[in-house]
Design a protein around this ligand. Structure first.
Ligand SMILES: [Zn+2]
Length: 74
């Protein structure tokens, strides 16, 4: 798995209402490293950068579908 091809983020805790929003999702990044305007996680969860906090590593509860897909996509 290439550590530079995705980022880990979740909805800010004060904005999160569901378990899915509280989970840490993995977002694929384009090869040039630019952060797109809206991000779609491997599991299909959409997040806007304004409501998200980027994490240095998995914190709390990871999103299992994201983890599995990231591992498969590599
Ligand atoms: Zn996810």
């Amino acid at each position: 798995m290439n550590a530079h091809t995705h980022l880990i983020a979740r909805v800010r805790p004060e904005l999160a209402r569901t378990e899915q929003e509280l989970s840490c999702h993995l977002f694929p990044l384009p090869p040039d490293g630019a952060v797109p305007e809206s991000l779609r996680a491997y599991c299909g969860f959409d997040i806007t950068p304004g409501q998200a906090e980027q994490l240095d590593g998995p914190v709390g509860m990871p999103c299992m579908p994201c983890l599995l897909r990231a591992a498969l996509v590599g």
